[in-house]
Write a protein that binds this ligand. Structure first.
Ligand SMILES: Cc1ncc(C[n+]2csc(CCOP(=O)(O)OP(=O)(O)O)c2C)c(N)n1
Ligand code: SF4
Length: 384
């Protein structure tokens, strides 16, 4: 399938692209893996992925096998797993290395192939056609360097591939992003560098059996929160928005797949830090995951998971940077949460507590929606 013939921002066309993530060992119905499959379809043949420890590093690197694969041209994602506590920094290292290599390669092109320097260094690589054309230029450059006998030509030969735009992704769960790796994640967001961060938000530490994280919602039961979580869920998106120069998107594929595809494309095209927070149903939620898509819809309808994107580029065009992409809550929170055992079990073990936490959790929904509406008003959004 020739990507240049496809409209990548349409769900249908994006699904004609070859997935470079296949046959993982995740639980049936896992809500994390569809996002990784999409990432691999859109950017997989030029992606570098730094994967925090968690479910995604286990089903993503179940060595000696791996679901990450390559296409017929032999291109696929470069993937590696790092510690929980330093994965964002690990991914930033990918970026810094690429930037340095690109700088040196550009210097060598100016020196050794000045006649094509403008063409190859100024190439538009914002579309699949642009990437394809650049790959052709790099092949020609390498052919040319292979005939030159000099250490610099050998350097350029080994570095030339970095002149094709890479896509750096930093991936992990909420335990990593909201808690243990948060300091590093914040550091990377503040760096202003061109990286894409994907948080697979299952609202618990899934891989170790469902411990509470700062993403766990109020009222849900998890390990270390057996009497129901008493604090509200941390709003990682709003924290990132305060920087003003970070692209932030909150998505739920089962609720709005078109929004998810669009957000991935926009985030990747932004030449600074991007953060995508992706709602990911998990067996720890306590329902049959064949209903994962419906449950995601209800999460959005109830206002538990409002969809939005914050694009710093809109602010430059003097539009609102914050866009609410779902409608005001239209069903009570209890209609959503009580189809999941993680909430329902508290109504049995401590009905009075469950009732009180539900009231507070419903208030959280209300307050958050008002905050988001305020952000979506142009003046407030740009001054976030
Ligand atoms: C510093 C540290 N503490 C604890 C662990 C054990 N550990 C491995 S995976 C994991 C859970 C990961 O949870 P999350 O980041 O939410 O990802 P998920 O499994 O939900 O995708 C934990 C606690 C670890 N590897 N390193
Ligand atoms: S435990 Fe949850 S996040 Fe991990 S593979 Fe299973 S469904 Fe996916």
């Amino acid at each position: 399938m020739d990507p240049s013939k496809l409209k990548l921002n349409s769900v249908k066309d994006s699904q004609l692209l070859q997935p470079l993530f296949e046959f993982s060992g995740a639980c049936a119905g896992c809500g994390e893996t569809p996002y990784l499959k999409l990432l691999s379809q859109l950017f997989g043949d030029r992606a570098l992925i730094a994967n925090a420890t968690g479910c995604s590093s286990i089903y993503g690197g179940n060595l000696p096998t791996t679901p990450w694969t390559k296409n017929a041209e032999g291109r696929g994602p470069a993937w590696s797993n790092s510690l929980f506590e330093d994965n964002a920094e690990f991914g930033l290292g990918f970026r810094l290395t690429l930037d340095k290599q690109t700088e040196y390669a550009a210097e060598l092109v100016h020196r050794l192939a000045p006649d094509i320097a403008d063409q190859i260094l100024g190439a538009d690589q914002s579309t699949p056609t642009g990437i394809f054309d650049q790959r052709q230029r790099v092949v020609l450059l390498k052919d040319r360097m292979a005939t030159v006998e000099s250490p610099q030509a050998r350097d350029l030969l080994s570095l030339a591939d970095v002149l094709v735009k890479r896509s750096v992704w930093i991936v992990g769960g909420d335990g990593w992003a909201y808690d243990i790796g948060f300091g590093g994640l914040d550091h990377v967001l503040a760096s202003g560098r061109n990286v894409n961060i994907l948080v697979l938000d299952t609202e618990v530490y899934s891989n170790t059996g469902g411990q509470m994280s700062k993403s766990t919602p109020r009222g849900a039961v998890a390990k270390f929160a057996s009497a129901g979580k008493h604090q509200a869920k941390k709003d990682l998106g709003q924290l990132a928005i305060t920087y003003g120069n970070v692209y932030v998107g909150r998505v739920a594929m089962g609720a709005n797949d078109a929004h998810t595809v669009r957000t991935f494309l926009e985030a990747e095209s932004y030449a600074g830090p991007s953060l995508i927070i992706a709602y990911s149903p998990c067996i720890a939620h306590g329902y049959d995951l064949r209903y994962g898509l419906e449950q995601q819809k209800k999460a959005v309808l109830s206002g538990h998971w409002p969809l939005f994107h914050y694009d710093p580029r809109s602010a430059i065009d003097s539009g609102p940077a914050f866009h609410l992409d779902s409608k005001a809550p239209s069903i009570p929170l209890e209609d959503h949460i009580y189809s999941e055992t993680r909430y329902r079990m508290l109504t049995q073990s401590d009905p009075a507590e469950a009732k009180q936490l539900l009231v507070l959790a419903q208030q959280d929904v209300h307050d958050r929606w008002l905050q988001y509406e305020r952000l979506a008003r142009k003046d407030d959004s740009n001054g976030a």
